[in-house]
Design a protein around this ligand. Sequence first.
Ligand code: COA
Length: 128
Amino acid sequence: MTVEERIEQSRTHVFKAVFPNTTNHYDTLFGGTALSLMDEVAFIAATRFSRKRMVTVSSNRIDFTQPIPAGTIIELIGTVGKVGNTSLTVQVDIYIEQMYADTREKAISGEFTFVAIDEHKKPVSVLG
Ligand SMILES: CC(C)(COP(=O)(O)OP(=O)(O)OC[C@H]1O[C@@H](n2cnc3c(N)ncnc32)[C@H](O)[C@@H]1OP(=O)(O)O)[C@@H](O)C(=O)NCCC(=O)NCCS
């Protein structure tokens, strides 16, 4: 499989309902919860791409451009970006969907860097 094909087949989509147990006192999704969901989706995409043990080494810029109201549906999409030797980046976008209308808009985007490690926790190639 080519790198481009691995990127396509490892793209990861997760949907969540924004229930009150995930929101803050403004009735919007708590930022820390969003970051946790994003890191998890990025981890899954990185693991499905390389099929190696992956650890987060860095969270790069994260932009929170729209508040995410309680009572909406969110979709997180994780896509592998730059593939290095032992590291790779994953772009994660979160979209808001209204439950009872066909509207959809991007709310958060960010990037995470992962490193592939062996059983001794030493970096290994993400490919092969
Ligand atoms: C991941 C870890 C093994 C890397 O160790 P290291 O000594 O920095 O490894 P190296 O210097 O050989 O770098 C390995 C790769 O990571 C990249 N890298 C290291 N630190 C980075 C950073 N802060 N940001 C982006 N990339 C980074 C390097 O550029 C290199 O990439 P490449 O091989 O694709 O060129 C080590 O930092 C670690 O164990 N960190 C903790 C990870 C963890 O527990 N995560 C969960 C968080 S709770």
